[in-house]
Design a protein around this ligand. Structure first.
Ligand SMILES: Cc1cc2nc3c(=O)[nH]c(=O)nc-3n(C[C@H](O)[C@H](O)[C@H](O)COP(=O)(O)OP(=O)(O)OC[C@H]3O[C@@H](n4cnc5c(N)ncnc54)[C@H](O)[C@@H]3O)c2cc1C
Length: 565
């Protein structure tokens, strides 16, 4: 049988003899460019860097929120030119799968690219999260906001709500859109329009710390924007936004941020949402010579500055592993953001080291330089350098609030499965309900992450089951299904070499024996899965299937809940 993947090995080796180390960076966005620039600065010409991306342009997206208000313009740049300026090469293509044993990256439309080190910086894909809402994903959605503004101005829309869904999102654009809409209406003398902002956060932009939250709350207040915190938007319909588990906010139109998902890449561990687990140096859990940085990783804050810091940490580790004299610093996230408001500037700084923003402060000076929306050690000055040649127009201090705060590197977004469970429990109240423990099977197949796919396939066949739970030191770390086996086969891996860890779903959605069956049903329906692992603490103790749940769940409840997570 002929191999579908062509290989460029011979071409690469012959053209790059001077560079024994070939770092392949999958991606052409913030993390990819920052890593390429960092590697050039650290290793000069000792490392050859190749960028691989399906899209030939680098998009500078933050100003997408300003575009509908004519306060900024989204710019894009030729990646091949940027790569050349960063001392790298650019190849069009999409990373599809990784064969770590052979150090080959399989790409679409077809090809196998050899690497010494692979850095995955593929970003995340925005998916609509709230049914019936207008999803604002970025540059492509400017027209939708412009049309909404025209409808408001014409008096056809009187109540607008900006909604932040639960899950992995960068909430800042929702605040910016709400504030800029209010400012835009005020300058046009349009009155009587109700603007709301619905967010699961405890405080507005809570990640930035207390003082930033206070300033943002005051700004929202000044503009008459009604804030609903700790509220989970579910679906927009007929003049209202439904909340989970109950409650509504009246709204003629709902503008929602998307939920982000990582692109599926075979041969690397990914969570159910497609995010890749990494250590503080950017190394993909359990793999050697494969790193990841940016929105594609499991770090919950999906932001350009954070992506750049992860890229810097990975670049240092990659350079050190290649023999460059550098001490790799672990990722230590500092969140810096410039909040576009369309009005007076306020500079804020928060330091979370002592707790939730207690030491944050306000200032009238920029907190980083150049004062860009996306803050990258190498990328920001690099992009600022393009400004002279018609590059970026950054917002001025008249229209922004810069904020800076140190985050916990191990920070984790509250898991959606836990949020759903507690929302269901709240809604069920004291009513007696059936729990997972009553229907689960208690003898699941448990395998180890370093087992080969061949070994596990054999055990699945013997036990006649379609999935196996993956445990490490007694802790559930993944689930492997027969579908994953098929993906691996399609990826042309050798079943005696490929390891469970590379093909499993990492950090799977799980329930406990005390979870209400309704919650289990919602989780399975929302995620289109038929089985859920059951854990006690972190230890796998069983499996529950959709059939068991549907047979036993009390009826009626499922219809009103579960959207929007
Ligand atoms: C409207 C909006 C406003 C924002 N505002 C801000 C802001 O003010 N400040 C801020 O810091 N951040 C902001 N962000 C977030 C910021 O844009 C992202 O966090 C950042 O771009 C993430 O960088 P990344 O390199 O991980 O991914 P991206 O920059 O998205 O780059 C991903 C790259 O990977 C490529 N790719 C995709 N799939 C594959 C594949 N399979 N193989 C190879 N390549 C692939 C893509 O083509 C792209 O080149 C905003 C985002 C949006 C949408």
């Amino acid at each position: 049988m002929s191999r579908p993947w062509g290989t460029r090995h011979a071409r690469f080796v012959s053209s790059n003899r001077a560079h024994p180390v070939h770092v392949l960076i999958a991606g052409g966005g913030v993390a990819a460019l920052e890593a390429a620039l960092a590697l050039r600065a650290l290793a000069k010409d000792r490392i050859h860097v190749e960028l691989l991306a399906p899209e030939p342009h680098f998009w500078y997206r933050p100003l997408a929120v300003a575009e509908p208000f004519q306060l900024g313009e989204v710019r894009h740049f030729e990646l091949s030119k940027l790569a050349a300026d960063a001392g790298a090469t650019f190849s069009p293509g999409e990373l599809v799968s990784v064969d770590a044993a052979r150090r080959l990256a399989y790409t679409s439309p077809g090809g196998a690219v050899p690497y010494t080190t692979l850095l995955i910086a593929c970003g995340a894909v925005p998916k609509p999260a709230i049914q019936g809402a207008l999803t604002f994903r970025g540059p492509g959605d400017t027209g939708k906001i412009e049309r909404l503004l025209a409808e408001i101005e014409a008096g056809e829309v009187r109540r607008v709500v900006f909604a932040v869904p639960a899950g992995a999102v960068w909430s800042l654009p929702a605040y910016e859109l709400a504030l800029m809409t209010a400012a835009w209406l005020a300058t046009r003398g349009v009155t009587g329009v109700e603007i709301g902002l619905v967010t699961p956060e405890d405080e507005p932009l809570h990640l930035f710390g207390r003082e930033a939250s206070d300033v943002v709350r005051a700004l929202l207040d000044e503009r008459g924007i009604i804030l609903h915190t700790r509220a989970y938007p579910a679906a927009a319909r007929a003049g209202e936004l439904l909340l989970v588990a109950d409650g509504i906010v009246v709204a003629d139109r709902v503008v929602a941020l998307p939920r982000l998902q990582g692109p599926r890449i075979g041969g690397v561990p990914q969570t159910f949402e497609g995010f890749i687990p990494v250590d503080l140096n950017g190394r993909v859990t359990g793999m050697s010579d494969v790193y990841a940085a940016g929105d594609v990783t499991t770090f919950p804050v999906k932001q350009g500055g954070i992506a750049a810091q992860q890229a810097d940490a990975a670049a240092e580790a990659i350079a050190a592993a290649a023999g460059v004299d550098v001490t790799p610093h672990p990722f230590r996230p500092i969140l810096r953001g410039l909040l576009l408001t369309g009005a007076e500037p306020r500079y804020l700084r928060g330091d979370l080291a002592g707790g939730a923003g207690e030491t944050s402060r306000a200032s009238s000076e920029p907190l980083w330089w150049p004062p860009a929306k996306i803050v990258g050690r190498y990328l920001a000055p690099f992009l600022a350098g393009l400004a002279g040649t018609g590059g970026l127009t950054e917002p001025t201090s008249e229209s922004g609030v810069p904020v800076e705060v140190e985050l916990d590197a191990g920070a984790a977004e509250p898991r959606r499965d836990r949020l759903i469970e507690s929302a269901v429990d709240d809604a069920l109240g004291e009513a007696p309900v059936a729990r997972v423990g009553a229907v689960m099977s208690t003898d699941p197949l448990i395998v180890a992450p370093e087992d080969t796919l061949g070994e596990v396939a054999e055990r699945m066949r013997e036990r006649d089951v379609g999935s196996a739970l993956v445990a490490e030191y007694g802790r559930l770390i993944g689930i492997l299904t027969s579908r994953d086996m098929l993906r691996a086969l399609a990826g042309r891996v050798h079943s005696s070499e490929a390891r469970v860890r590379q093909w499993m779903t990492a950090e799977p959605i799980a329930v406990s024996a005390t979870t209400a069956l309704e919650a289990a049903a919602i989780l399975m329906t929302e995620h289109h899965i038929h089985h859920l692992p059951v854990v006690e603490g972190e230890r796998p103790v069983g499996m529950v299937g959709m059939r068991d749940v549907v047979r036993s769940a009390s009826s009626g409840f499922l219809r009103g809940i579960g959207l929007g997570f």
